[in-house]
Design a protein around this ligand. Structure first.
Ligand code: SAM
Length: 270
C-alpha cells in the first residue's frame, strides 16, 4: 500500500511549488484511488462526483461515503501528513469491511457501546449505509494537492455534483484575503468543474469569512443561493457539521454559519 503515501505519486507534471498533478482529468489514476470500483484505467470507469476541498482529517469524507455509498468522493488536502492519515484510515476501514471476523467483532463492539451509551453511538464510523447495505468505503479517497491551483487538471468541465468548503482557513489579514478559497477567479473554476445545478457547500465558524464567501458567491452570475426550505430538504446539510473542525466548534458551543449555492442553469440571465 506504500505507493499511496508518496506525495508525488500518480503524476506526470511538476510545478514550481513541487506539486505533482495529472496532465488532464483523463490521467487521474482512479484505479489507484478506487481499485474496487475502477479496477483498470478506462474511460468507461465511474468518475468522481463530490470533492471536499481542504478535507483535513477526513471525517466529512467518511460521512459522505456513508450517505452516498455508490458515488465517488475525493478529498483534496495540502498537508501531506494529514492526507496520509486519511488514506490510512480509509484503507483500514476497507480492510475491516473485507475481514468478516474483524468486521463482525467491530460491529458487535459498536452495538454494545450504542446500547450502553446511545450518545456515543456515532463516534465510530458506521459499517452500514443509510439504506442498510454494508459499507466498504471503496468510494472514498483523499489526495495531496493544492485545490486552489489544480482542480481543472483533476476534473472535466461539468463533472462534479457537489463541492465542499468546510471551515476554510480565514486568512484574516487584508493582504492575505487573496489567499481565501472563495474569490471571483476561483468561482469561475468551481463553476467550470461543476455540473449545471451542481452545489457549493460552505460552512465556517468565522462570521467575517462567511460574509466574504456569501458576498462573492451572491454577486457572481454563475451561482444562486439556496433558500432555507431547500437547505432543510437536503440530507447533506446536517452532516456539514460532522467535519473535524465542526465537531470541535460544537464541543465549544461555537456558532457555525452555512450557505449553499447552486450553479445557475442560465448564468447570463439577469
Ligand atoms: N475541512 C476540514 C474540517 O472542516 O475539519 C479541515 C478544515 S482546516 C481549518 C482547513 C484545511 O484546508 C486544512 O487542513 C488545510 O491544510 C487545508 N488547505 C488549505 N489550503 C488548501 C489548498 N489550497 N488546497 C488543499 N487544502 C488546503
Amino acid at each position: 500500500q506504500k505507493k499511496f503515501f508518496r506525495t508525488r505519486a500518480h503524476s506526470n507534471v511538476l510545478n514550481a511549488n513541487d506539486f505533482w498533478f495529472p496532465a488532464s482529468p483523463t490521467a487521474v489514476p482512479l484505479h489507484e484511488y478506487f481499485p474496487s470500483l475502477c479496477p483498470s484505467p478506462s474511460p468507461a470507469a465511474p468518475h468522481v462526483e463530490m470533492v471536499d476541498v481542504g478535507c483535513g482529517y477526513g471525517s466529512l469524507l467518511l460521512e459522505l461515503a456513508r450517505l452516498f455509498p455508490t458515488q465517488l468522493i475525493l478529498g483534496i488536502e495540502i498537508r501531506p501528513k494529514v492526507v496520509e492519515y486519511v488514506q490510512r484510515k480509509v484503507l483500514a476501514l476497507r480492510h475491516e469491511a473485507r475481514e468478516p471476523r474483524a468486521a463482525a467483532a467491530a460491529a458487535a463492539a459498536a452495538a454494545a457501546v450504542a446500547m450502553a451509551n446511545p450518545e456515543t453511538a456515532g463516534a465510530r464510523h458506521a459499517s452500514r449505509a443509510r439504506d442498510g447495505s454494508w459499507l466498504t468505503y471503496d468510494n472514498v479517497w483523499a489526495v495531496h494537492n493544492n485545490a486552489m491551483r489544480f482542480l481543472p487538471n483533476f476534473f472535466q468541465r461539468g463533472q462534479l455534483t457537489k463541492l465542499f468548503f468546510c471551515f476554510a482557513d480565514p486568512h484574516f489579514k487584508r493582504k492575505n484575503h487573496r489567499k481565501r478559497v472563495i474569490t471571483p477567479a476561483l468561482l469561475a473554476e468551481y463553476a467550470f468543474v461543476l455540473k449545471p445545478a451542481g452545489l457549493v457547500y460552505c460552512i465556517t465558524d468565522v462570521a467575517e469569512l462567511m460574509t466574504w464567501m456569501v458576498g462573492h458567491l451572491s454577486s457572481s452570475p454563475l451561482f444562486e443561493r439556496l433558500d432555507n426550505a431547500a437547505l432543510q430538504a437536503d440530507p447533506t446539510v446536517p452532516i456539514l457539521i460532522q467535519t473535524d473542525e465542526g465537531l470541535k466548534v460544537m464541543r465549544n458551543n461555537g456558532n457555525m454559519y452555512i450557505a449553499v449555492y447552486r450553479k445557475r442553469l442560465d448564468p447570463l440571465a439577469p
